[in-house]
Design a protein. Structure first.
Lengths: 339, 339
DNA sequence: TTGTAAGCGTTATCAG
DNA sequence: CTGATAACGCTTACAA
């Protein structure tokens, strides 16, 4: 194994000092066109590649972006395996990162104090938070002066980091309007945590639509999680048992899938016996049978926008919050209310 | 922002030299129990965390594992978004990596020469290849002496790196036997690339089963990709048009999903008009309607085994290839041949 | 325009 | 058992 070339090798070959090489590397100061060319040649001949690790040590920059995911059972595996929303998000982030010379590091961290350690250990240049985390984490990060962009969070909770999210209130509103137009009055709104701002906004939209239509909205139905198939399945069974609802609005497409399955397992039909709306519009949703009526989040776009903002802030720019448009996508899992 | 503590701060506080601190940090040499305790205390008080970047520079170890993914259109996004197989894989890898103090770096690289640069730039400790890549990449990596484990590849192609894969031949065989038992003689075996060893093995198994049953197997049906929904959909249409087949065997669950959808869009039924088998058993497959009959790859287990092997090799161990068992999972997308 | 030398936080070599 | 001191590969005042 030929030893890899260092800046020193390049310098010797080009008969200049390491400093000069560094200058042309960083496009800094004025290097005579002549030496510059010599250096460039030497670099090419030696297949020289700068060592990020060394650069990281001096510049305190790593070209590394940390992506922080929600954690289930000490691992990000559960959430990544269940809900492809996160995968679509991550792949979009990775794309923008790569285009800008960054690599991404995935993690889900349990204790807040580990965040500081992680950022320091790796000299992380910036952070992308997927979802809402305990407030102390944001203030920790602030105190370290590390840039961050928050995805799917409302700013009131975030210690002032810019957020990229979606108009959840509108999403809830549109879903409800659609269901109302189909004649559904007894609609179950699934919720796992009424304190979560995302869920709350969606519910607000839901209420607004029902109010406008002067229809009384039944109380929300509690569920363990809005991200898992299992909790959707359980909620589906519960809803069928109550024999009261003609429609249900889920917090994610994954949950909606669970509901659909529960309906089938009970020998009933979607949308014949129960209309179902999802949320997210993950890739899969258009492929299913019945294809899911859902609220499209533009996941990929959201991820790309957030990543671009982060890169911009890392490079010294300013960014502010952005809310991405959202829209209802009507497909086959919703139909007219029976009767 | 309080400046972070370095090894020097710890040394001063404990009234020892940096060297000594380093010793206790690395559990090396014999440090008197007394000083050791003092150092530990100082570390705790200062919330000291060793700087991976600096360590990486001296030790040429980064605690970083590179995960190399197949690339579509210069980006890993396409494959991550379409086929959740990769996500389940990655999350399993991430879990093992974290447990062993490693972070993972995702990439898909276009030109082989970039691999060397990437490994060097980041001082990567090891590599995990997902799928088959051009041979020159493996020899490049060999020449750099970087440990690697290959997933879903057969060793003949890999320049001797240990591989972790699945008994594809058996998978094809089991799927074919199941279909034969249901009376399907006209079965379409979908293939995108007859040179790919994975596809070839599966087809071999398929042939074996048909031979044993003394049934003539129709020639395979070509498709653009065995990983995308779209190509499954297209293949589904083609197969229906031919009006010859009563069953089809897809190369992934994602493709199978596309086929199912094509059947529905044609006003027909699965499995009534066409039986469909998938491959992989991704999470989603058990949730669908009809739930997919498929060959289970134990994706998570495969990922964990590969990651563990890699960690072992990185730590100086030896590893050899391993083939993981595979099994047919019969669900609702297959049924008796009509007539 | 180019070079010298110190420094980033850590480990490794070699003395004491 | 402990400590100087020189690396690791690169950047950055400061000189020349």
């Amino acid at each position: 194994m030929e030893k890899r070339a260092t800046i020193r090798d390049v310098a010797e070959r080009a008969k200049v000092s390491k400093t000069t090489v560094s200058y042309v590397l960083n496009d800094v100061k004025k290097v005579s066109e002549d030496t510059r060319k010599r250096v460039l040649e030497a670099m090419a001949e030696l297949h020289y590649e700068p060592d990020f690790t060394a650069i990281s040590l001096t510049k305190r920059k790593s070209q590394l972006i940390g992506v922080i995911m929600p954690l289930v059972n000490e691992s990000i595996a559960a959430v990544m395996q269940e809900n492809t929303y996160f995968n679509e998000m991550i792949s979009a982030i990775e794309k923008v990162a790569r285009e800008n010379g960054f690599d991404i590091l995935l993690t889900g961290l349990a204790e807040p104090e580990r965040y500081r350690a992680w950022v320091q250990k790796r000299h992380l240049d910036g952070l992308l938070f997927l979802g809402l985390f305990p407030e102390e984490i944001y203030s920790e990060m602030r105190s370290m002066d590390v840039p961050a962009i928050l995805i799917d969070t409302y700013e009131t909770h975030t210690g002032d980091y810019p957020s990229v999210n979606v108009d959840d209130e509108k999403g809830g509103y549109e879903a409800a309007r659609h269901l109302l137009a189909l004649g559904h009055k007894q609609t179950a709104f699934l919720t796992s945590n009424r304190a979560d701002p995302v869920e709350r906004e969606r519910y607000k939209g839901f209420q607004r639509a029902y109010k406008e239509a002067a229809v009384k909205l039944p109380p929300p139905v509690e569920t363990a999680s809005v991200h898992s198939f299992e909790s959707g399945y359980a909620a589906g069974r519960k809803i069928l048992e109550e024999e009261r609802f003609t429609a249900v609005s889920a917090g994610s497409d994954t949950t909606a899938l669970g509901i659909v399955r529960a309906v089938h397992d009970a020998g009933k039909e979607v949308p014949g016996d129960l209309s179902v709306t999802g949320f997210d519009d993950i890739r899969m949703s258009r492929y299913l049978t019945p294809a899911l009526t859902t609220v499209r989040q533009h996941i990929e776009r959201k991820g790309m926008i957030a990543a671009k903002k982060l890169v911009h802030v890392i490079n010294g720019g300013q960014e502010k919050a952005e809310m991405i448009d959202i829209e209802l996508v009507v497909r086959d899992s919703t139909g007219p209310a029976p009767g």
